[in-house]
Design a protein around this ligand. Structure first.
Ligand SMILES: O=C(CO)COP(=O)(O)O
Length: 252
């Protein structure tokens, strides 16, 4: 059985107090839930990671980072390395989010380097990708997603995939209120699994958790998560509110 995951990407939101308060409330609200085979993840901004890790201790909540640099250390002003994250108890990092690609020029090639570093450091990544609206309109969405995966991940060996979680986030659905329909999500997730099977084998394809991201809300989560190839969600806006995020976790 594949691991189910509900992850909240807080982006550049929540100061230290808000961050700690949200974790405290979330801890309480999920305490009685039976979360067998399910991971609950939150991703605060860098400066709040350390206190979030402490706050989340002795709970089901895992704290992950939103980005990291590919080098171990060096003259990279403003950057954060994998070792620095590990030193404060953060073992997982989101990579390739569309906001990083769009606003910070992260290319598939750079992401491939970051993924390599994640593996060298024994870390894990939630790897994001997804097509733009114009790609979908021109019926290029499968080709775009396939090339993003090939360029950034298909140099890996089969054994490396135990450290990879995929997050399909169609850019047109991020923060827009417009969600991919459960059928569109399922169609793409099944396609992703099929190309992984072709490149590797059935076991790798069957084992990798593929999350959907893009305007997931309490009102649509259950239907999206009910699809056989959707193993959870990467949640933006709705992860900032404990009631909404709790309802989304309950939907899994
Ligand atoms: O970008 C996202 C998660 O990484 C999705 O954001 P929204 O849920 O706000 O659309």
């Amino acid at each position: 059985m594949r691991t189910k995951i509900v992850a909240g990407n807080w982006k550049m939101n929540n100061d230290k107090e808000q961050s700690n308060k949200l974790i405290k409330s979330l801890k309480k609200s999920i305490k009685k839930m039976s979360l067998k085979n399910t991971r609950v993840i939150v991703s605060p901004t860098f400066v709040n990671l350390s206190s979030a890790v402490k706050k989340a201790k002795k709970s089901k909540i895992e704290v992950v980072a939103q980005n990291m640099h590919q080098a171990t250390n060096g003259a990279y002003t403003g950057e954060i390395s994998g070792d620095m994250l590990k030193a404060i108890g953060v073992e997982t990092v989101i990579l390739g989010h569309s906001e990083r690609r769009t606003y910070f020029g992260e290319t598939d090639e750079k992401l491939a380097e970051k993924v390599n570093t994640v593996l060298e450091k024994g870390m894990e990544t939630i790897f994001c990708f997804g097509e733009l609206l114009e790609d979908r309109k021109s019926d290029n969405h499968f080709a775009v997603v396939e090339s993003q995966l090939k360029n950034a991940l298909f140099h890996l060996e089969a054994k490396d995939w135990k450290s990879i979680i995929l997050a399909y986030e169609p850019v047109w659905a991020i923060g827009t209120g417009e969600t991919a329909s459960p059928e569109q999500a399922q169609e793409m997730h099944a396609f992703i699994r099929s190309i992984i099977e072709k490149k590797y084998n059935e076991k790798v394809a069957d084992k990798v958790s593929i999350l959907y991201g893009g305007s997931v809300k309490p009102t649509n989560a259950e239907e999206i998560f009910s699809k056989p190839d959707v193993d959870g969600g990467l949640i933006g806006g709705a992860a900032l509110h404990v009631d909404d995020f709790t309802a989304i976790i309950a939907a899994i």
